[in-house]
Design a protein. Structure first.
Lengths: 452, 895
């Protein structure tokens, strides 16, 4: 990729996008006029296969119980909880990009927020599988909700898991709403564009009669901005509460007041890494080079770098507070992180989450495809390792030495994780063929502003 | 029926048949025409769901131990001790607790099997009677374990009267030959020493394990604990080649090889007489010198014990030493009347079998093919015998080599009598009718005398005790012991000094009775296999125990395979093991005994004790439930060890914003438990008692290997430097329980009695409670353990009959935990509500404990208040603010 500020003075789009019509065409042509390529079909086939394997693994787990996983009496949590935290972290970035950048008037978000929001939706859907799947008796998951019942029992409101239930549900509902509201003007654009009748009817139905009148736009702006204002605390709360699942406990390594903010930053971090990966693929596959420009990657790389530094500081804060507290149990957990059974994974996590993003101090690497892919994958793996290690380190070396036990995952564990990754990619592939991957109306606004 | 129409009805016929069927089923649901009467009052006084207690007894190595059978709805579901019985004293050991599962074991033989497959008793008797041996008994041999039962002895005597040339051989894998030979050498006659541990201030254990597994474990442990509760704290020195429970509780533990033990005897003798002592390693010499000084200073209250594995000369020396020390030890004539040594008797039988002099061999509950010394080649010998008949409860190696397999009844299925190790006789009444076509041992002997004999164990036992009279019989049966039947103390006379010869140096192999399988008698018991070894915490198998240096010499690490002759066995470095001694537990390496026992570990009896040791390459670590034993400085608080008179610093209660609510006037009793780790010998009786009482499933080696053990109560073993101790950990029933606020569905809740209860039906299995439990005492049903069968192809429906009807059988995906036996608390409350006297609640673990280490009661009870006021009182992880109701008393040790 070339340097990111062009002589034309346009930073976030390429000159090949000359008119507002060009924006619409750049997004709509690959969607409506071009058939899906062979690569798309192969990718979808592979992902479907992986999803099937994952579905089988889930089916077996539901049939026989959590005993098919690696969990044991000491390490009662394992992959499902780690997967859940990881996916919901990834799911944080989309809404954050849309809402936080909208509120802070970062116009460049227009090119990336649509697929980032879609990613959120799919990631939260994947995340949503796990809290239910991980239960011993998943058929009774609804007991977490205050459903009227003959036992006259209510959820136990002191439990972070109940807060979690509400956080996920409200976040999922909100994400759908926010995604859809942002989509409506674009659906109308596609409806009005020449194309196949069936698709236009579909878009027309989904556009709910959007006419683009000034009154509608004013209402839309107000709604979108209001939703964005709601989104920010929601995004922070959902992952803070995930952090509280651990922090609101008694276990060494978990009782950390830093957990809620640190989880939110970690979520943002992994989410941006995933957005970078998706952006790189979409940009190439759907020929969106004119709309997703090196400057976008430069901006996202800076955020990843900043988040990486915050993560490093959070880890350091954890070590420091263990040492400063002088609490033998906390110190033991920290020592165990570096030298215990899982030490290679802990060091790998530090490499992925703290060391790898430091590459982005170098300006050239912030727009290098290889560096972006490498760091994004390193961060995603590092963040997954962080999620699983938070569970394993504490539960493997708790208060009772007689009950120090290690954890080893099973094939079923990997099958479920792999299955959700495949399902997630499959959903993204379908999304790219069904809906505009870039918010046309917002990019048009961006182009118009850049002209000014 | 002969002219039944062909079974292809047309539509019309089919409809008719359906109509007729419907009419018949309606008729089937109507009442009979006559008046019928519900059985509102049970004729025998039982009430559905009520627990009834029956005194009875169970044998171990031929000795009877009294038990109380808890029977609900005509099903025995749990065993407890029998206070009146001298080998029980109201408590149990792990073996007694395991035995209830044996009754329902699906692997039991259900009918006789002959050479041609499934058969019946009549055919078996015909086969026996067809033998020429039966004419006068020449060539007929009956092999049994130790027989103390007066009735069985009478039947065997009757057999010998009827067939004068028949012979009876009795043999136990763990015998007392050396003890009796030792006393014979010292006193000129065979006497059984009976130490009075309750009177001993100083005890020297020479490879003896009075607190370890055996018929007298409960009685000896109780005596030891009784003495330990008095001041001054007794001092115990143990010289042993492999660590034992007694060694773990000793103040000084000295590892010594068999050779060093023989030398030590000479050393002690020299020190007692102040003559020149033989050379010993300095640590051993120092320890022994101190021990001899202590023994001499406590004359009259000093006691020396030698282990049954030690040679006769050591026992003779110990008899002399005890006489010198005026030790609190009594002597009785052997309870087992057979004067032939076990080993000699079996060897003579085997050689006769090899020589073809035995024509018919009847094996009554004995397994020589598995446990006899390999030199006897017993399986080959059996092949030389034309007719071999093995009467056994569960098929084993011996029955596999026999022509006929006869099913023996469980002791609870017939009438028996046994003598306790002190000679006390007890009549064991049955608790159920035989489940299958099985007979008691005395019935099998009867069949040899009279082919038409019907099962008559009641008649036989009542014959034996006819002199008690009807009332005396009733009292004896109800009480479980027959008064004044214990053996009288003998005056041994002066002891002759025998100094043990010193064996040549060299590696030695010792076989220890397994704390859960004994000599293999419980190998087929799933609970036994899953019961962690007290010292190594191994389950479903056992490693050879070696000294770390000896392992290093062979480049072995824990879990590596050691080759002993042609056999490979995983090894484990064991603290307190003598350098050139390899120790194995008996009971493993079974074959043909069913899915539970087969293939678990290695048969120690079959090993060649002189085979060279080598590194076999490869690893096969045995599953353990605990990996970390050493407590370093930061963890020492978990298991404090005090000097005898010392006290722990009193913890000042931290200021809190959430004090306990003030007690209301009509507050229900607040339950609490106190566990005295100073007398906990890690025997696992409580672990199995809890399993039996609370329907805790056994989950098998694969699940145990993943680390999903289900025992509600675990016994942690911890090492402080060279001090070993045991800490039983049930639920702490925290007043501020960390598990409760994190449960999203309120399945983990506190009740008004201070119990932290788990509502199984409400639990959805988030496992957050266990994640947040600092003590890790909750257990999760990762799979459907309650319904899963460990018994392979065996139909396991019988096992469900053991389940305690008062305790929910937990489903898959549900968290479970110790509830202080809430069902017993509830039963006591119901009894009190019904107007009965509110009896004290006794939890299953408390009832089982041989040393009464577990106290349970309300916070107002003297036992709990006394424990809580003790200077040794502490709460586990008190600093977390969980306010546990289960608290501990610290272990003590002479420095």
């Amino acid at each position: 990729m070339e340097a990111h500020t062009l002589p034309s003075g346009r930073r976030w789009t390429l000159p090949s996008v000359a008119t507002l019509q060009d924006v619409t065409e750049a997004v709509a042509v690959p969607l409506m006029d071009r058939p899906a390529g062979l690569a798309w079909w192969i990718a979808l086939g592979l992902c479907a296969l992986g999803t099937l394997v994952g579905a089988l693994a889930i089916g077996f787990s539901l049939e026989y119980g959590p005993g098919l996983w690696g969990n044991n009496s000491a390490v009662v949590w394992g992959f499902p909880i780690a997967n859940y935290v990881w996916w919901i972290g990834i799911g944080n970035a989309g809404t954050l990009i849309s809402s936080l950048l909208l509120l802070t008037r970062q116009q460049w978000r227009g090119s990336i927020n649509r697929f980032a929001e879609a990613m959120t939706l799919f990631a939260v859907s994947m995340a949503g599988i796990f809290p239910i799947l991980h239960l011993g008796r998943p058929m009774y998951f609804y007991w977490l909700a205050p459903a009227p019942n003959t036992m006259q029992l209510w959820p136990q409101w002191r439990s972070a898991l109940v807060w979690d239930f509400w956080a996920i549900v409200s976040y999922l509902l909100f994400s759908v709403l926010f995604f859809y509201v942002g989509l409506v003007p674009d659906l109308a654009t596609l409806r009005d564009r020449p194309g196949r009748r069936g698709w236009r009817r579909f878009y027309g139905f989904a556009a709910m009669g959007w006419q683009g009148t000034p009154v509608q736009w004013r209402a839309w702006e107000r709604l979108h901005r209001t939703l964005a204002v709601i989104a920010v605390p929601l995004v922070c709360s959902v992952h803070s509460i995930v952090g509280l699942d651990f922090a609101a406990s008694l276990m060494p390594g978990w009782t950390e007041s830093i957990f809620p903010p640190y989880f939110v930053v970690g979520a943002l971090f992994s989410g941006f890494a995933m957005v970078v990966l998706i952006a790189l693929v979409l940009r190439r596959a759907m020929r969106l080079e004119a709309l997703i420009v090196p400057a976008h990657f430069d901006a996202m790389a800076r955020i990843i770098l900043a988040a990486g530094i915050v993560m490093g500081s959070s880890y350091a804060a954890e070590w420091f507070s263990a040492w400063w507290s002088g609490d033998a149990d906390d110190i033991r957990v920290v020592r165990y992180e570096f030298t215990g059974h899982y030490w290679p994974f802990y060091w790998a996590m530090l490499a992925g989450n703290v060391a790898a993003p430091q590459l982005f101090w170098i300006k050239r690497l912030r727009t290098s495809v290889a560096a972006l892919v490498g760091v994004a994958i390193a961060v995603l793996i590092g963040m997954w390792l962080e999620r699983i290690l938070i569970i394993l380190e504490t539960l493997s070396i708790g208060y009772e030495p007689s009950f120090w036990r290690t954890y080893a995952p099973t094939l079923v564990d990997f099958g479920i994780l792999g299955g959700t990754i495949c399902a997630f990619v499959a959903l993204l592939l379908l999304f790219a063929r069904l809906l505009p991957v870039v918010s046309m109306h917002e990019v048009r606004k961006l182009v118009a502003e850049e002209w000014r | 029926l002969l002219d039944m129409p062909p079974l292809n009805p047309d539509r019309r016929t089919l409809l008719k048949l359906i109509a007729a069927g419907a009419a018949a089923s309606v008729a089937g649901c109507s009442k009979p025409d006559q008046t019928i009467y519900p059985l509102a009052d049970q004729p025998d006084g039982t009430a559905p769901g009520k627990t009834r207690r029956y005194a009875t007894a169970l044998p171990l190595a031929g000795y009877g131990r009294g038990v109380t059978g808890l029977v609900v709805n005509e099903r025995p579901i749990k065993l407890e001790g029998l206070a009146a019985h001298p080998a029980s004293l109201g408590a149990t050991d792990a073996f007694t607790e395991l035995s209830i599962l044996d009754l329902y074991d699906p692997q039991r033989l259900k009918a006789p099997t002959g050479p041609a497959g499934p058969s019946n008793w009549e055919a078996a008797v015909r086969a026996i009677r067809a033998r020429p041996a039966l004419r006068r008994g020449a060539g007929l041999a009956l092999l049994t374990g130790r027989v103390t039962s007066p009735t069985l002895l009478a039947r065997i005597a009757a057999l010998k009267a009827a067939l004068p040339e028949a012979r009876h051989v009795r043999w136990e894998p763990f015998d007392d030959d050396a003890v009796l030979a030792g006393t014979a050498a010292a006193f000129g006659r065979r006497l059984t020493p009976r130490p009075r541990l309750a009177d001993a201030d100083v005890v020297l254990l020479i490879d003896a394990d009075p607190l370890g597994p055996g018929p007298e474990q409960v009685a000896l442990a109780r005596a030891w604990a009784t003495r330990r509760r008095q001041e001054p704290m007794p001092r115990i020195v143990a010289i042993e080649s492999s660590p034992s429970a007694s060694g773990a509780m000793a103040d000084v533990r000295l590892a010594a090889s068999p050779r060093e033990i023989a030398l030590a005897c000479g050393f002690i003798h020299a020190r007692m007489g102040a003559t020149a002592a033989p050379d010993l390693p300095s640590a051993l010499a120092q320890g022994l010198s101190a021990a001899v000084a202590a023994l001499s200073a406590a004359k009259g209250r000093a006691l020396v014990l030698a282990g049954e594995r030690q040679p006769a000369a050591v026992h003779a020396f110990v008899a002399w030493l005890n006489a010198e020390l005026d030790a609190p030890v009594d002597y009785i004539a052997p309870v087992d009347p057979d004067p032939t040594p076990h080993r000699a008797g079996l060897a003579a039988l085997a050689s006769d079998m090899h020589a073809g002099r035995i024509d018919t061999l009847i094996l009554l509950d004995a397994n020589p093919v598995y446990a006899a010394p390999p030199a006897l080649r017993f399986a080959e010998a059996m092949a030389r015998v034309p007719l071999t008949i093995a009467a056994t409860r569960i098929p084993d190696e011996t029955s596999a080599h026999a022509n006929w397999q006869l099913p023996l009844s469980h002791p609870f299925e017939g009438w028996h009598d046994w003598r306790a190790p002190d000679g006390t006789a007890s009549i064991a009444q049955p608790l159920v009718r035989p489940f299958w076509d099985t007979r008691c041992a005395s019935d099998v002997v009867d069949l040899l005398i009279d082919p038409a004999a019907e099962p008559a164990s009641f008649a036989r036992v009542s014959e034996t005790w006819a002199h008690l009279g009807a009332a005396g019989w009733r009292d004896a049966v109800a009480a479980g012991v027959i008064p004044a039947t214990h053996a009288a103390n003998e005056q041994p006379g002066t002891a002759r000094l025998v100094l043990p010869p010193v064996p040549a140096a060299g590696p030695a192999l010792t076989i220890l009775p397994s704390p859960s399988l004994y000599d293999g008698r419980w190998s087929a018991n799933a609970w036994a296999q899953e019961c962690p070894d007290p010292l190594t915490k191994e389950v479903w198998g056992s490693s050879a125990r070696m000294h770390a240096d000896a392992m290093a010499a062979l480049a072995l690490r824990d879990g590596d395979l050691l080759r002993i002759g042609g056999v490979t066995v995983p090894v484990r470095a064991t603290a307190g093991q003598a350098n050139d001694v390899v120790s194995l537990l008996a009971g493993y390496g079974r074959s043909g005994t069913g899915a539970i026992a087969d293939g678990m570990g290695v048969n120690a009896f079959a090993l060649d004790p002189h085979a060279p040791l080598a590194n076999a390459g490869g690893r096969a670590p045995v599953v353990t439930t605990q990996h970390q034993f050493a407590l370093d400085s930061e963890l020492a608080k978990l298991f404090p060890v005090l000097a005898p008179e010392a006290a722990l610093p009193r913890s000042t209660p931290l200021p809190t914003m959430l004090p306990n609510p003030p007690a209301r006037d009509n507050a229900p009793p607040q339950y609490a438990m106190a566990i005295d780790t100073d007398v906990c010998i890690g025997c696992n009786a409580c672990v199995v008692a809890c399993q039996a009482e609370n329907n805790v499933p056994a989950i098998g080696p694969a699940q145990m290997a993943v680390g999903r053990d289900m025992h509600w109560l675990r016994v942690d073993r911890y090492d402080h430097g060279d001090t070993t101790g045991f800490q039983p950990v049930p639920c702490m029933q925290c007043e501020a329980a960390p598990c409760e606020p994190v449960c999203p569905v309120e399945a983990s809740v506190h009740d008004a009695q201070g119990l932290n209860v788990q509502v199984y039906n409400r639990c959805i299995g988030t496992r957050t409670c266990q994640a947040n439990c600092p003590y890790k005492v909750r257990r999760f049903n990762f799979l459907d353990y309650a319904q899963a069968s460990l018994w392979g192809d065996a139909e396991d429906a019988s096992v469900t009959a053991q389940k305690n009807p008062d305790v929910t059988v937990r489903a898959r995906g549900v968290m479970e935990k110790c509830t202080y036996c809430v069902q017993r608390i509830s039963a006591a409350t119901r009894d009190a509500d019904a107007g009965g006297a509110p009896g004290a609640v006794v939890t299953a673990c408390q009832a089982s404990c041989p040393t009464q280490a577990i106290s349970f009661g309300t916070l107002a009870d003297a036992s709990i208040q006394g424990a809580r006021a003790d200077g040794r009182h502490y709460a586990l992880l008190e600093e977390l603010g969980t306010k546990p109701r289960t608290t501990y008393l610290a272990r003590r040790k002479h420095s």
